[in-house]
Ligand binder design. Sequence first.
Ligand SMILES: Nc1ncnc2c1ncn2[C@@H]1O[C@H](COP(=O)(O)OP(=O)(O)O)[C@@H](O)[C@H]1O
Ligand SMILES: [Mg+2]
Length: 303
Amino acid sequence: MPGKVISIANMKGGVGKTTITVGLAHAFAGENAAAKAMRILVIDLDAQANASFWFCGDQKLTELIESGRTMDAFLEDAVVLNQKRSLSDYAHVLARASARGDLAVIPCSPELRLIEREMTYFLSERRASLKEVENVVAELLVSELGALKEKYDLIIFDTAPGISALTEAALRASDVVIVPTVPDFISNLGLEAFCRSVWWANHSGSELQRTPWVAANMVKDTKHHAAMLAEMRAESQAEDAGFKMFRIEIPCSEEIEEAGARVREAEGAAAAAFDPGASLLFAAFAKEIADIINVPAPLTEPR
Ligand SMILES: Nc1ncnc2c1ncn2[C@@H]1O[C@H](COP(=O)(O)OP(=O)(O)O)[C@@H](O)[C@H]1O
Ligand SMILES: [Mg+2]
């Protein structure tokens, strides 16, 4: 069966997109009831390269950037230089840590921002409208994903805040779009507009592809968070709801924050490991997703 694609996206930065990308990648690569060794690919679409750094470490990432093995290098090669390239050749396989499955990443570098602009200029010089530029990127991604889905069981896009041509292309190619959100009033202001833009990006897709799934993250034991969560849940269950909500509520936890802080020292694969408690939490989250997109669900009990 071809692999499934998920995107982690939100208009806002700092809501946990990268943390959740890493947590889910590890959870899906872990043990599952079907005893299937899952092949997971993370594709970093954020020029801040946080996920790339988290998975590869500073040294390896620098090496990959220097040898042109990044998402931005692929886009430059394939679109601007018009060379025949296969995105799957840009994947970097990570050393197996405790996971049973295989984890790979297509990293990006801060150059991604420049390449995106360069692509737009390059294509618009050829009288392509902005819409056509978006279509070129989207078609390229979809055709590359065709090959990647044969090699991987699950592909996870970590996206940049906002909506770029690249993010939009990823949303369009996804089986499900996950929107991490902090349940406070300010964070929620842009949520509805963002969910609408997901809906529009995928308007020709299935109901599942069109409807973003909100995941509450950094949840605190406060009255304000509880009230916002209740409001959001009610909204997600309304008849004309623009989004659905996962049952899980990821707490604001020191363990999760610490995992991010450890990345600097740990240089690469092992860096991404969360402590057992956080790992079980991400496994429970991954199970909800697995049931939606029909892939093997990670075990949610410690052995
Ligand atoms: N559930 C959580 N509990 C505590 N800290 C978190 C949690 N989720 C994310 N963080 C922290 O919040 C910051 C932003 O998270 P990040 O995943 O980089 O967000 P984004 O990718 O949306 O910009 C990081 O320092 C991360 O460690
Ligand atoms: Mg990020």
